[in-house]
Design a protein around this ligand. Structure first.
Ligand SMILES: [Zn+2]
Length: 238
């Protein structure tokens, strides 16, 4: 697949020179095992580890155009979103307006009883048919008029080129005390960082990366205490 895509001039990769989580330029190459799942590894899939937050990510990321195309054309639909959300967050129904980030074809709309909006490039009926990290000021202003009180991101942040934007845009959209639910497809404890990375996951934050991304924006109210692998975290907007 890569050979075909790489012949396309629009399929460029961007080299990361600073940490995608905390912005530090103190980066070191770090050996990690890549597990082929869904896709073969990106070309030159060198892994970097930030020495400030210990988060890990690929040295080269697909540009925005390429990543949109990959998710639209090549990422298999996963049917487990709602089940997974219920298991990780113990939420059966929402009675507040919810914005879901990157739900694919299957999200949590069935349990949202008082307003549901999706930010999803591959879904034609999406309220916001763009990547969440690419929201414009106008989209943020529009989202603010919808009364959204919770933002849900299940298995999305590990695919984001700019994962910090999940926190920045959620902060911009939510009111004070608004809730942010993030299920991390991969999240590692800095004490045990050596683990396999699934392709096409392009980033893998540490606990400290998450703490730094939500600094002055969100309080962490649950670090996945009841969630398998502690990967479903809940945040409250300051
Ligand atoms: Zn960092």
């Amino acid at each position: 697949m890569w050979n075909k895509l790489l012949n396309d001039k629009e399929c460029e990769f961007v080299t990361n020179t600073t940490c995608v989580f905390c912005g530090s330029s103190d980066l070191k190459q770090f050996d990690i095992k890549f597990v082929e799942k869904h896709w073969k590894p990106f070309p030159e899939a060198v892994n970097l580890r930030c020495q400030a937050c210990m988060g890990q990510f690929n040295q080269k990321f697909p540009n925005t155009h390429l990543i949109s195309r990959l998710y639209k054309e090549h990422y298999p639909a996963q049917n487990s979103g709602l089940t997974r959300f219920k298991i990780h967050f113990k939420v059966e129904e929402f009675y507040i307006p919810v914005l879901e980030v990157g739900p694919g074809d299957n999200g949590i709309s069935n349990i949202c009883k008082n307003g549901y909006y999706a930010a999803e490039i591959s879904r034609t009926a999406s309220k916001f048919p763009v990547l969440f990290e690419d929201f414009t000021i106008e989209m943020i202003d529009e989202a603010k008029t919808l009364g959204i009180e919770a933002i849900v991101s299940c298995d999305c942040i590990e695919h984001m080129v700019r994962p910090r934007m999940l926190f920045d845009n959620a902060y911009a959209i939510l009111p004070p005390d608004g809730l942010l639910y993030i299920h991390f497809g991969e999240l590692h404890d800095p004490k045990n960082p050596q683990k396999a990375r699934q392709i096409p996951h392009i980033n893998n934050p540490s606990w400290k990366s998450v703490e730094m991304m939500c600094e002055r924006k969100f309080n962490i109210i649950d670090r996945g205490s009841g969630s398998p692998h502690q990967s479903g975290w809940i945040f409250k907007r300051l």
